[in-house]
Write a protein that binds this ligand. Structure first.
Ligand code: HDD
Length: 709
């Protein structure tokens, strides 16, 4: 169901371009009604096809050219429409209408993505997630093109092609797809130590989110906010999901990729269609210009975050996604995000990564969308009118009137005319620059170990174990010993304990010292010593916000609950359990031995959501087995149900059973562990709800490792 009431200005604009085919005749692109689209024009019934067949040629030509180049990075993505609302004006920092006018509902289009994989790659790759937001503001479009991690791999845009070439499939054999676990990536990472911070985030569960709706977003760079007096403040942008930040485990991710490669895309779509609109609060960390140098790291270095203990995040508004796109290609594929799209009140800093991005995104749209007129594609059009002297080029959709296409002019009355700042005219922040032109990296960017170490220290024990397992897995997939050795040495600079665990898993020794220079991302004539990673600092022991153990655990909304049942299940308990689960917003799905429907002990038919043969436990958050002897016996007759139960236990999920449902536990690995905190036998439904809202019972994990599924 589309939410018509909140149909925003942008949605109305898009409606203008929508085509509804209902009750319409099939026509050619010229409007000619078509009588036969099944047979080509031939000379005789069995004769050869004629060149004259313009119907055939139009149809086939269009088909032949349906594809456009996929994005060089972030090719795999899913998007949705929504809106942003401001809680309170922050006019002391920014004059942007979106940050001062609390009455506005600013339309947004948001695209989430993985980075390394192709358009058809699975959703649960271990990877950074793109989090790109297009705000259609009254003053023009603002694109906040961020990721789900607060830092980036590299410090200078000049390194981006190298980074991406190293992680993409190796060029001789085009292997592996959507995976960083290969030699070229670790060759690059181990020679480019600035990557280590983003890299350890990728080794954490942040890289395998439970849902796109349960991950944070970050603008990453330090930007500037500019107020009406022209004063600037540094700012970092944060998106915090109202459902909290939750992830799956790597083993589950691998299985999900097989069971449902569209897991995240489907989850986003289904939640919106069900009216369970994903929400994120927008937060800002603001730093006065005068405080630029008071930190132990450089604010212009995109491999550093500002710990929330040092600068708290001020929550200023909320984004809600309430509408799925009508057409994937027209909207999700053709949307073009450009970090260079800003509005008065927001400005850039000299972060060298951001500066390079300001070039790259416009450039890439030219090959992807084929023309500088890509801003005229409906999804990319601002909601405000545009007037300028740019003309022509492929696919010009407007018909600019008048005899002038230059400025200044007198023949068109000087129009389109300039706007003063007071009228909303954009004016770049006047930053003082007094410097020599130089190709180098600032030594203030040299700290490569402190923040990866802070991240690792801040994690809960189960998160740390997952990080160690991820390094071990990824390096275990590399073939070159010297690359693994370099990585082990570097991990030891981050954390000894972590390095020891990884070394043990690899069956290797941590090298005592390795030949310097370690960091090779320097010029040929540069003084290598000046650009090596500095000593690890400890300016903060732990930062709470870095661990998912400190996220929200107060909702089971949109959680997928599998009800394992067959004919004869006990309706009474089923009803009281599922009514409460559904009231709390969970999605209850009946998984049965077959499709169609099953009949409960009260003789009513219930639609089966998935036959056991078509689904897997890793697609669900929790399991409920109602009583009813006949029902439980029927499910125990099929080994896949037992696997389903064991696997749910293994991945530390909540499981509830009523009455004869306990027989299912006795047939599973759970038999000896029925006192587990998240196993509920004839328990109050509210207790099951509590366990599901905790996401996982990690206390179970050591035991769970022993379960052979
Ligand atoms: Fe990028 C796409 C995020 C650094 C060059 N990037 C792209 C997308 C996201 C990001 C979310 C997908 C947008 C969409 O959904 O269409 N990129 C980032 C972040 C970065 C970053 C958060 C660092 C903080 N990117 C970065 C650098 C360069 C690029 C340094 C080049 C010098 N990125 C691109 C690109 C893409 C892109 C090649 C591919 C498709 C596109 O732009 O539109 O230009």
């Amino acid at each position: 169901m589309k939410n018509k009431e909140s149909a925003s200005k942008k949605i109305k604009d898009l409606e203008h371009y929508q085509k509804d085919m209902k009750n319409k005749p099939l026509t050619t692109n010229q409007g000619l009604k078509v009588n036969d689209t099944n047979n080509s024009l031939k000379s005789g019934e069995r004769g050869s096809t004629l060149l004259e067949d313009f119907l055939l040629r139009e149809k086939i030509t269009s088909f032949d050219h349906e594809r456009i180049p996929e994005r060089i990075v972030h090719a795999r993505g899913s998007a949705a429409h929504g809106y942003f609302e401001l809680y309170e004006s922050i006019e002391e920092y920014s004059k942007a209408g979106i940050f001062t006018d609390t009455a506005r509902k600013t339309p947004v289009f948001v695209r989430f993505s993985t980075v390394a994989g192709s358009k058809g790659s699975p959703d649960l790759a271990r990877d950074v997630r793109g989090f790109a937001v297009k705000f259609y503001t009254e003053e023009g479009t603002w694109d906040l093109v961020g990721n789900n991690m607060p830092i980036f791999f590299i410090q200078d845009a000049m390194k981006f092609p190298d980074l991406i070439h190293s992680v993409k499939p190796e060029p001789n054999k085009e292997i592996p797809q959507a995976a960083s676990a290969h030699d070229t990536f670790y060759d690059f990472v181990s020679l480019t130590t600035e990557t280590l911070h983003n890299h350890i985030w990728v080794m954490s569960d942040r890289a395998i989110p439970r849902s796109l709706r349960m991950m944070e977003g970050f603008g990453i760079h330090t930007f500037r906010l500019i107020n009406a007096k022209g004063e600037a403040h540094f700012v970092k942008f944060h998106w915090k999901p109202t459902l909290g930040v939750h992830s799956v485990t790597w083993e589950e991710a691998v299985k999900i990729n097989g069971a449902d490669p569209d897991f995240h895309r489907r989850d986003l779509w289904d939640a919106i269609e069900a009216g369970q609109y994903p929400e994120w609060e927008l937060g800002i960390q603001v730093v006065a210009e005068k405080d630029e140098h008071k930190f132990d790291f450089d604010l212009l270095d995109p491999t550093k975050l500002i710990p929330e203990e040092m600068v708290p995040v001020k929550i200023i508004g909320k984004m809600t996604l309430n509408r799925n796109p009508d057409n994937f290609f027209a909207e999700t594929e053709q949307v073009a995000f450009l970090p260079g799209h800003i509005v008065p009140g927001i400005d850039f800093t000299n972060d060298p990564l951001l500066q390079g991005r300001l070039f790259s995104y416009r450039d890439t749209q030219l090959s992807r969308l084929g023309s500088p007129n890509f801003h005229q594609i409906p999804i990319n059009r601002p909601i405000v009118e545009t007037h300028n002297n740019q003309r022509d080029a492929h696919m010009q959709m407007s018909i600019p009137k008048g005899e002038t296409a230059y400025f200044p002019n007198s023949l068109s009355g000087g129009c389109p005319h300039l706007s003063k700042m007071a009228e909303g005219g954009f004016h770049s922040y006047e930053e003082r620059i007094d410097a020599k032109k130089i190709r180098t990296r600032s030594e203030s960017f040299n700290d490569h170990f402190s923040q990866p170490a802070l991240f690792y220290r801040s994690l809960a024990d189960w998160e740390q174990e997952h990080v160690a397992a991820a390094y071990t897995f990824e390096l275990g997939k590399c073939n070159h010993e010297h690359i693994k050795e370099r990585m082990l040495w570097l991990i030891a600079q981050i954390d000894d304990d972590l390095a020891n665990k990884v070394a043990e898993g690899l069956g290797m020794e941590i090298p005592k010292d390795i030949e310097r220079p370690i960091n090779q991302a320097i010029g040929a004539d540069a003084d290598a010593d000046k650009h090596q990673p500095g000593e690890k600092k400890n300016y903060l022991d732990k930062s709470k916000a870095l661990s998912m153990a400190n996220t929200k655990f107060n909702s089971i909304a949109t959680r997928q609950i599998a009800v394992l049942a067959a004919d004869g299940f006990n309706m009474k308990k089923f009803k009281s359990m599922t009514e409460i689960l559904e009231k709390e917003g969970a999605m209850v799905k009946i998984v049965a031995p077959h499709g169609g429907s099953i009949t409960c002990d009260e003789g009513m038919k219930h639609k089966v959501d998935a036959a056991i043969a078509t689904t897997e436990s890793v697609l669900f958050d929790a399991v409920y087995i109602p009583g009813g002897e006949k029902s439980v016996e029927a499910i125990l007759d099929n080994g896949k149900f037992i696997k389903f139960i064991n696997e749910s236990f293994k991945y530390c999920k909540a499981i509830a059973v009523d009455d004869e449902g306990e027989m299912a536990l006795d047939k599973s690995f759970i038999k000896a562990y029925k006192d587990d905190n998240a196993i509920h036998i004839n328990d109050e439904p509210s207790k099951f709800v509590d366990s599901i809202s905790k996401h996982r019972n990690w206390e179970r994990r050591k035991l769970a490792d022993k379960i052979p599924v």
